[in-house]
Every structure is written in structure tokens, then in C-alpha cells.
Design a protein around this ligand. Structure first.
Ligand SMILES: [Zn+2]
Length: 191
């Protein structure tokens, strides 16, 4: 089996800014991609001291399909099961934009304060191909907006590129330190 650390792609890989394709039939290959995604999140989490792996989009393992996985219980590191969203799309946004911190497995150590809607309505298929709808609020709504952006080639930093004081770096003690705007803007790994 491939080393999971080799599957994860990070910036500046240009595939992260490409749109993913819809999944048609859920084949064995799609099941394999989902398994590889789960392995990748857990392996990444095991390699990090201060972070939890919450979710992933398949583009992040260089499979450009509209597939997203989200941890069933991200408050409990022992629970390593995931909910699968095939062809997810947001059908309605509710409330006023709220800013909060986000990070991404594809951007090492950089965090940002990103505005997101506090409540979304979403439709998707499960891994058996059965359609479902979901209303998500708070942190889950944020995570799903972040991941669905990945399926469109959008990364969280793209929303805040021109904002002042929006970027942070995780230091070795696990605390966030604000990054200088100029340093961020001139970082050619990010843009
Ligand atoms: Zn991400």
C-alpha cells in the first residue's frame, strides 16, 4: 500500500485550485478513494502534536472528484469514523457571516480567520449512492463550506487574501501567532 503521507497534496500544487468532477456511478474505485482519504486524515493527525484531522476533500489526495469526508465525532480523537458526502452541494445559506479560525491539511501550519455562514442546507449522496439532505450549523456548517469549496478549487486563504490581520501561524507550542500581512502576500507557496 502507498504511504498515506505521499497521497496528501499541499500548496503550491495547482490541482488544489481546479474544480473536481461529479461522481457518476459509485464504483470500487470510489470506495478505494474514500478509504485512502480516511487513512490520510488519521495519518496526518498522528503526525501532528496539536491538531485534530476533521475533514478532507478528495482533491487533497489528488483525486479530483466531488467527495468529502467529515469525522463523525471530531471532539473525540478515539472515534475514527467518518461521514461521506458524494457530490455535496449547498442549497441554502442562513444568517450573517461569522469569522472564525480555519486550517487545512493542504497548507501546513497556517491558519486564518474566515467569514462563513452559521447555517447551511445541503444535499449529497452517501457511499451507497443514496441521496440525503442535511441542515448544518456552527462548526459543522463551517467545515462543510470549507470542504465544498475544495471541490470548486477554492482554498480558505482565497477568501481572506485581502483582509488585514486575518492570517496566523501555529507555533511549536500549539499557539496561534499573528502573521504580518506583507509576509503572507509575498508568500509564493500560497499564491
Ligand atoms: Zn482544507
Amino acid at each position: 500500500m502507498q504511504n498515506p503521507r505521499d497521497m496528501l497534496i499541499t500548496l503550491p500544487n495547482p490541482h488544489l485550485r481546479q474544480r473536481s468532477k461529479r461522481v457518476g456511478v459509485i464504483t470500487k474505485d470510489i470506495h478505494k478513494i474514500v478509504t485512502d482519504m480516511e487513512v490520510t486524515v488519521i495519518d496526518w493527525e498522528n503526525s501532528r502534536d496539536h491538531e485534530v484531522g476533521v475533514a478532507l476533500a478528495s482533491v487533497q489526495i489528488d483525486q479530483l472528484f466531488k467527495i468529502v469526508i467529515v469525522r463523525n465525532d471530531y471532539d473525540n480523537k478515539e472515534d475514527r469514523t467518518f461521514k461521506v458526502f458524494i457530490n455535496p452541494s449547498i442549497t441554502k445559506y442562513e444568517g450573517e457571516l461569522v469569522e472564525d479560525f480555519e486550517g487545512c491539511l493542504s497548507i501546513q501550519d497556517i491558519y486564518g480567520k474566515v467569514p462563513r455562514y452559521p447555517k447551511i442546507h445541503l444535499k449529497a449522496m452517501d457511499i451507497e449512492g443514496k441521496p440525503f439532505k442535511l441542515i448544518a450549523e456552527g462548526f459543522l456548517a463551517r467545515v462543510l463550506q470549507h470542504e465544498i469549496d475544495h471541490t470548486k478549487g477554492i482554498i480558505f486563504i482565497d477568501h481572506i487574501r485581502d483582509l488585514k490581520d486575518a492570517f496566523f501561524k501555529l507555533n511549536s507550542e500549539g499557539n496561534l501567532e499573528q502573521l504580518d500581512d506583507k509576509t503572507v502576500q509575498n508568500n509564493h507557496i500560497l499564491w
